[in-house]
Design a protein around this ligand. Structure first.
Ligand code: FUB
Ligand code: ZN
Length: 667
C-alpha cells in the first residue's frame, strides 16, 4: 500500500473482534488541508520545528545511542547528581525524585519521526527525509535477530531487558517508535520502519499475553496500547489489536505484576519511589477506576487506548469507566486552559479542586494527551462533551507549549508567572517538543469524524477536506476566520449527489448560534443532540451550509472549591482563554482588578503575535504610592484606573519576558 492509497482510506483497515460501536474515524492527515490559524501553526512546525527536533536530538547525543556503528555514548544523563531534580539510580531501582530521561530517548526519536512524517505532507523536505531514513537504517541495524529493539537496553544496560517494566519505559519506547513507523509509512510509502516495528511487536506478542509461559506484564508508562491500535489498523493484523486489549485488561490485576517483577529482580516492591501504583494507573483494573490519579500523561495515554479498544471491540464496560473518569477530570481536576496535572512531584494529579496557578505543572504533553483522549471518545459518536474539551486543550494548554515561530518550548504551562517562566530551546527531558510538534502537524485529522453514512465536523477553521462516503468522493471546503470570527461557511462538493448526515458541533461556549442550509434557516434546537446539529440530506454539488457562532467575550468564574481562583475572573472569547502580560499592562499584574461593570472590547490586531484578537477594558489597580517602607498599615491602598489589555493565552511569552496572569481579580 502506498502513501496515496492509504490516504484514500478513512483511517486504515478496520479490524474488530467484537461489535464496533458507532465508529467515527478521523480523516488521515493528508486528506485535510488547513489554512488560516492552523495553517500558520502547521507551517511553523513543517518549516522549523521538524528540523529543530532532529538537530536537538543529535546535539543531545541521541544519535550515538542508536547507531550500532559508533561507540555507545554511555550514560549521558547521570544517575547520581548533586542537583535535587537530577536522577539517582541504584542498580535497577530509582530512588531519586525524577528518572533519567535517557532511557526513553527512543520515544523522542519516535515522536521526531512522526513530526517529520506529517510535516512532509505539508512541505517537501528532502534533507530531513534523508536524515530520518538514516535514523531508520540505524534502528534496522540495531534490531536483534529475535526482533527486540531498545537502544537503552542494548547499548547502555545490556542483559536487563524486561526486568523493570514499572520504571524503565521499554514498551513506552516501542509505542512511540510504532507511531513514528505508521506515520512515516503513510507519509512516504516507505515501510522499512514499519517492518522493523512489526518484527518487534511480534516479539512482544510472543513475550506478553495470557497464554501460559508468557509474561503477564504491561508498561509503567502507557503508550503502546494506543500505538498498537494504530499498527493494527494500518496492517490489518488482529493480533496487534488483541495485544493492545491485553495490556489494557491486564493492568492492575492481582497478583500485581510490578510487585512480582520487583521481587524477581531482588527488590522490595514497597521501595517504589512513587509509593502508590496510582502513579501509573495500575492500582486497580481499569474498569474499576473512577478517579483520574497519578501521572497525567500516563493517564491520558491509557484512557486514549481504552477509548480505542472500547470502539474497536464495542466494549461498553470500558466506555462506562471512561465516562466516569471524564467527569472526574473535567469537573474537578482541569485548568481552564485545558491544562492538567498541577504537581511537579508526580507530574500529575493531586486532590480535587487543587489547581494552583503559579506553580501549575500542566505539562504540555498532558494537554496533548487530553486532546488524544477526547478525540478518541469521538470515535464512539459525535458528542460536544468531548469535542469542546478537545478544542479547549488544543487552542490553549497544548499549543502554549510551542512558540509562534516553532523554535522554542514550554514544558510547564502555568496560569500565572512573575516573569521568570520562559520558553527554552531544549530540556533534559525533551518529551514535550516532539509531542506538540506531531500534534500540530497532524491537526487536520482532529477536524472530522467519518462513519459509513455521516461526517462529523468537530473543529472549524479555514480548510479543505477530501473523503469518500458510500463509494463517492466528496470535497468539503470550510471558509472561515475562526477562531477570531465565528462565521463558518461550508461548501459541500460531492462527485455525484449522495445522502449522508453532516453533524456540526455547536460549541458550549457559544450562547447564540444560527444555521442555514442553502440560505434557508434551520431550527437548531430541533436538529441538535449531544451538542451537534445533524443535517441529513442528499448533498448536491455547491450545497452551502452557514453557521454563525456568536463570539461574545465571556467572563468565566471557577467553582468556589478552587481556592486559588476564588474572587477571580478569567476572560474567554470563542475557544480562546486570555491572559494579561506585563508588556501590555506595565507589570504588577497582581494589582489589577476587572470590575464587573467594565465593558470589554475585542480588537483585531493583524500585526500583533502573528495576528490575534486582543481584549481591552478599563480596570483598577492599587497605585504605586509611598508606604514609607512599611509592610502593613491601617489605611487601604489608593486605587487608580488602568487600561487592561489581554492576549490569547497560547501566545504568551513570545515577546519580551515578563509577568503573566490568567485569573484577574474580579471587582
Ligand atoms: O516519562 C516519559 C515522559 O517524560 C512523560 O510522559 C513526561 O511526563 C516526562 O516525565
Ligand atoms: Zn512532556
Amino acid at each position: 500500500m502506498t502513501a496515496t492509497q492509504s490516504a484514500k482510506q478513512p483511517a486504515g483497515k478496520t479490524v474488530t473482534s467484537g461489535k464496533p460501536m458507532l465508529a467515527f474515524r478521523p480523516l488521515p492527515v493528508p486528506q485535510v488541508d488547513v489554512r488560516g490559524f492552523w495553517g500558520d501553526r502547521v507551517d511553523a512546525v513543517a518549516s522549523r520545528t521538524a528540523d529543530i527536533l532532529y538537530e536537538r536530538c543529535v546535539a543531545a547525543r541521541m544519535l550515538e545511542q542508536i547507531d550500532p556503528d559508533r561507540p555507545s555514548p554511555g550514560v549521558v544523563i547521570p544517575f547520581h547528581s548533586p542537583s535535587p531534580d537530577e536522577v539517582s539510580f541504584t542498580g535497577n531501582e530509582f530512588t531519586g525524585s525524577t528518572v533519567t530521561t535517557q532511557m526513553f530517548w527512543d520515544s523522542d526519536w519516535g515522536k521526531t519521526i512522526e513530526t517529520a512524517a506529517y510535516s512532509l505532507y505539508r512541505r517537501r523536505n528532502d534533507a530531513l527525509e534523508a536524515r530520518i531514513d538514516a535514523v531508520i537504517d540505524m534502528y534496522g541495524k540495531l534490531q536483534q535477530p529475535d526482533g527486540y529493539l531498545s537502544s537503552w537496553y542494548q547499548r547502555i544496560q545490556p542483559g536487563l531487558r524486561w526486568t523493570n517494566l514499572r520504571d524503565c519505559h521499554e514498551l513506552y519506547c516501542a509505542g512511540h517508535l510504532i507511531e513514528g513507523a505508521v506515520a512515516y509509512y503513510q507519509a512516504t510509502g516507505k515501510r522499512k520502519l514499519l517492518d522493523i516495528m512489526c518484527r518487534y511487536v511480534d516479539h512482544i506478542a510472543d513475550t506478553f499475553g495470557p497464554e501460559p509461559g508468557k509474561k503477564k506484564g504491561y508498561c509503567g508508562h502507557e503508550e503502546i496500547e494506543l500505538a498498537l491500535v494504530k499498527l493494527a489498523r494500518v496492517t490489518g493484523q488482529q493480533k496487534y489489536m488483541d495485544l493492545a486489549k491485553y495490556f489494557i485488561d491486564q493492568r492492575g490485576q492481582e497478583p500485581h505484576y510490578f510487585d512480582e517483577e520487583a521481587r524477581a529482580r531482588g527488590a522490595d516492591p514497597k521501595a517504589y519511589h512513587f509509593k502508590t501504583y496510582e502513579y501509573n494507573q495500575s492500582h486497580r483494573p481499569v474498569r474499576e477506576q473512577d478517579k483520574v490519579v497519578g501521572h497525567a500523561v500516563r493517564a491520558m495515554y491509557l484512557f486514549s487506548g481504552m477509548a480505542d479498544i472500547a470502539t474497536e471491540y464495542g466494549d461498553d464496560t470500558l466506555r462506562v469507566a471512561l465516562d466516569r473518569l471524564w467527569d472526574d477530570l473535567t469537573t474537578k481536576n482541569l485548568y481552564i486552559t485545558g491544562g492538567i496535572g498541577p504537581s511537579a512531584h508526580n507530574e500529575g494529579f493531586t486532590a480535587d479542586y487543587d489547581l494552583p496557578n503559579e506553580t501549575a505543572y500542566a505539562e504540555t504533553c498532558a494537554s496533548v494527551g487530553l486532546v488524544f483522549w477526547a478525540s478518541r471518545m469521538l470515535g464512539m459518536g459525535p458528542n460536544a462533551r468531548y469535542a469542546d474539551m478537545m478544542e479547549r486543550a488544543l487552542y490553549n494548554g497544548s499549543i502554549s507549549g510551542l512558540s509562534l515561530d516553532g523554535s522554542l518550548f514550554f514544558y510547564e504551562n502555568p496560569l500565572e508567572s512573575r516573569g521568570r517562566h520562559n520558553r527554552w530551546k531544549w530540556h533534559r527531558c525533551p518529551c514535550c517538543p516532539p509531542n506538540i510538534g506531531r500534534m500540530v502537524a497532524s491537526i487536520g485529522s482532529y477536524f472530522y469524524g467519518l462513519s459509513d453514512d455521516a461526517l462529523a465536523v468537530h473543529l472549524y477553521g479555514d480548510s479543505t477536506a477530501r473523503f469518500e462516503i458510500k463509494g463517492l468522493q466528496v470535497e468539503l471546503v470550510q471558509t472561515s476566520n475562526y477562531p477570531w470570527d465565528g462565521a463558518v461557511s461550508i461548501r459541500v462538493e460531492p462527485q455525484a449527489p449522495v445522502e449522508f448526515t453532516l453533524h456540526l458541533r455547536v460549541p458550549s461556549w457559544c450562547r447564540k448560534a444560527a444555521l442555514r442550509v442553502n440560505g434557508a434557516a434551520v431550527d437548531l434546537q430541533s436538529v441538535t443532540s449531544d451538542g451537534y446539529a445533524a443535517i441529513q440530506r442528499e448533498w448536491q454539488r455547491g450545497d452551502r451550509v452557514e453557521l454563525e457562532l456568536d463570539m461574545s467575550i465571556a467572563r468565566l468564574f471557577a467553582n468556589p472549591e478552587v481556592r486559588q481562583d476564588i474572587g477571580r475572573v478569567a476572560l474567554a472569547r470563542g475557544p480562546l482563554i486570555y491572559c494579561v502580560e506585563a508588556t501590555d499592562n506595565a507589570g504588577q499584574l497582581h494589582r489589577i482588578t476587572l470590575p464587573r461593570t467594565a465593558g470589554i472590547e475585542a480588537h483585531a490586531e493583524p500585526n500583533l503575535l502573528g495576528g490575534v484578537v486582543t481584549l481591552s477594558a478599563v480596570g483598577t489597580k492599587e497605585a504605586a504610592e509611598n508606604w514609607d517602607s512599611g509592610l502593613y498599615r491601617t489605611d487601604p491602598p489608593a486605587v487608580e484606573e488602568t487600561k487592561l489589555t489581554a492576549v490569547p493565552y497560547f501566545a504568551w511569552d513570545n515577546r519580551e519576558p515578563g509577568e503573566m496572569l490568567v485569573w484577574l481579580r474580579d471587582g
